[in-house]
Structure formats: structure tokens, C-alpha cells
Design a binder for this molecule. Structure first.
Ligand SMILES: [Zn+2]
Length: 344
């Protein structure tokens, strides 16, 4: 079969790899029908050191179950399924607490011995605990929005929950990528009335407004902080979603939080320390977040997608096939595309 392999910064190839197949009794074999490129795939694309063997890429996908191992009960051949960006057993102490990202028997797509999502097929470990069956056909019109449940929509939701977004609270979103835009959807869905998006790209601003952003702040750095304060009676936002991961964006997020407010971090940190330790301490800022336990959120958000109340699939502004994946990485890295969907 063919799949996406990264060999170093800027070096993404689509090439022949061993066919995915069942190994464990708890596996499912899934033929991929839709996948996508993630903002977090751009971190290795920017700085991965050269690798002889390469790294299989992709952690967001929807597909059709081709076969299941002897112990699999909850999915069967022919089911259309969505996978979270990590696999998990669904039974350990952390899965039972809804923190599937810390599953004692889980792991990541593309890790040694496990296929990546940007390829023709995947062996899914722990299929019962990982896959969610979608009550739709393989080419359903809502497929783009369903695909966002594998990561970005659930990650935006996680940021909004960590930042305690809700009725009566003002929300600021730092990061105008797919996750930030989904964070706007999530904040609106949780009842926030004032949602301030920090961003400058006209397409992204238009989408943010469509998703429910009430104010746009296009300044950067100190000027952006001043502008958010001005929009919030001089106090700052109750809830801040940090959806980038850089030191500068984290500083902005922490600085625009109101005293007693909460910052939900879902951008993968690119630095080893969290900035503004004493400033956030003296203002009683809650700093929370982490990788979203997507498996816990899919079932919660699925009815909203199926019934059309949210349309996170609008973050996809480019569609390609498997051969177009290297160009897709380039387009997202250059910020020419918000998010690229791969159709098989
Ligand atoms: Zn578990």
C-alpha cells in the first residue's frame, strides 16, 4: 500500500510501505476514505532531524472497517468509523476517567509498528476502545465536519473547557488555525456571548465571524493585549484559548486573561518553560489544558455535527489526493491553506 513518510524537515514523501494487516486479536483493519494534515504535523515539517527510516505521518482519519481481530466486539466489517488522534483501550483507569490521552495501553499513530493516518489503510490497535462507528455512508455530505472530530474540533472543545468558557464569560482565542477556529465554535456552543479572535488573515477572520466570533483583534504583541483589555472593560477575558504553542502566543494568552481567569492550552508547547510565572501567580490565573481526550468528546459532539448545529468542516479550504500530500504540507506551512483534506 502507499502512505506518507517524513524523512526530515521539509521532506515528505508518498511511497510504498508494507500492507496494513491484523496483528493482535484486539486490532481492526481500516481502509482510509478521508484523512487530513494537522497543524501539529508542521512542527516536524519545520524541524525534524534527518531520519534514514522516516516517520509515518497522519493521525486524523475516517475509514471503513475491512476486518477485525477475534476479540473485537464494538465494530464490524463494513462500518464507517472515525479514529481519535491517539488510540486507547477504553477500559483502564484513565480511560474510565475520560482521559484517554493517558491510557495505560494506548499510543500514537505512526509510532513504530503502527501505521499513520495519511495512507491507504491502518491497523487500529485496541479497536473497541479507539474507534467510533459513524451512522452515515462513506461519502456522506457531512464528512468534512465528521473528520474534524478526530482532532481539531475536539481539541478546540478541550481548550474551551479548560478555559471554563460558558454563559456570562468573555472568551479570547489566540491562534487562527483550524484549532483556534474550532475553539470559536466550541466557545459559542458552550454559551459564551463575547468571543474575541486574535488573527489577521482575512479568510480566517471571515470564518471566525461565521463561527461566532464577535470581535477581531488584528494587532500583535503588546498592542493586541491592549486591544483585548479595551474590549473587556480594561479587565481582560475570563477564558483564553491558547491554540498555537509558541512562547509569544502563550505570553499573549496569559496576558489577556482577566484576574481569576483561566487559560486552556492546546497548542503543543515549543518551549520548555511556561512564561509569566509570577504575573499569572499574583493574578490567580488558572493554567490548564493539554492534549484533548478526543475519544471522550466524539460522542458528545457527534449529534451537533449530524444535526448541522456546528459545521467545523468549513476549516478545510483545500482537498487533495494522496499524491498531493507533500504539496499540502507546503501550503499549510506557508499559511496558504488553513487545513488540507485528503480524499482516497
Ligand atoms: Zn485506557
Amino acid at each position: 500500500m502507499r502512505a506518507t513518510v517524513m524523512y526530515g524537515a521539509g521532506d515528505v514523501r508518498v511511497e510504498k510501505v508494507p500492507d496494513a494487516r491484523l496483528v493482535e486479536r484486539t486490532d481492526a483493519l481500516v481502509t482510509i476514505t478521508r484523512a487530513c494534515i494537522c497543524g501539529s504535523d508542521l512542527w516536524p515539517y519545520k524541524k525534524m532531524s534527518r531520519s534514514e527510516t522516516g516517520r509515518r505521518m497522519g493521525h486524523e482519519f475516517i475509514g471503513v472497517v475491512e476486518a477485525v481481530g477475534a476479540d473485537v466486539r464494538s465494530v464490524k466489517k463494513g462500518d464507517v468509523v472515525v479514529a481519535p488522534f491517539l488510540w486507547s483501550d477504553g477500559t483502564c483507569v484513565f480511560c474510565q476517567e475520560g482521559l484517554h490521552t493517558s491510557c495505560l495501553h494506548g499510543g500514537g499513530w505512526g509510532s513504530p509498528g503502527v501505521d499513520g493516518g495519511q495512507g491507504e489503510a491502518v491497523r487500529v490497535p485496541q479497536a473497541d476502545g479507539t474507534l467510533v462507528v459513524l451512522p452515515v455512508g462513506r461519502d456522506d455530505a457531512r464528512m468534512a465536519s465528521l473528520l474534524t472530530l478526530s482532532d481539531v474540533m475536539c481539541t478546540g472543545h478541550h481548550a474551551a473547557l479548560a478555559a471554563k468558557a460558558g454563559p456570562g464569560r468573555t472568551v479570547a482565542v489566540v491562534g487562527d488555525g483550524a484549532v483556534g477556529l474550532c475553539g470559536v465554535i466550541a466557545a459559542r456552543r458552550l454559551g459564551a456571548e463575547q468571543i474575541i479572535m486574535l488573527g489577521r488573515h482575512p479568510d480566517r477572520i471571515a470564518l471566525a465571524r461565521r463561527f461566532g466570533a464577535t470581535d477581531i483583534v488584528s494587532e500583535r504583541g503588546e498592542a493586541a493585549i491592549e486591544r483585548v483589555r479595551a474590549l473587556t472593560g480594561g479587565l481582560g477575558a475570563h477564558s483564553v484559548l491558547e491554540c498555537v504553542g509558541y512562547d509569544e502566543s502563550t505570553r499573549t494568552a496569559l496576558s489577556v486573561a482577566r484576574a481569576g481567569g483561566a487559560v486552556g492550552r492546546v497548542g503543543v508547547p515549543q518551549d520548555s518553560t511556561v512564561p509569566l510565572a509570577s504575573e499569572t501567580f499574583f493574578r490567580n490565573i488558572t493554567i490548564s489544558g493539554g492534549p484533548a481526550p478526543v475519544r471522550a468528546y466524539i460522542e458528545e459532539l457527534l449529534p451537533d455535527v449530524l444535526e448541522g448545529r456546528i459545521e467545523p468542516g468549513r476549516v478545510f479550504d483545500r482537498v487533495t489526493n494522496l499524491d498531493g500530500v507533500p504539496d499540502g504540507y507546503c501550503a499549510m506551512n506557508e499559511r496558504e491553506a488553513i487545513k488540507v483534506m485528503i480524499e482516497f
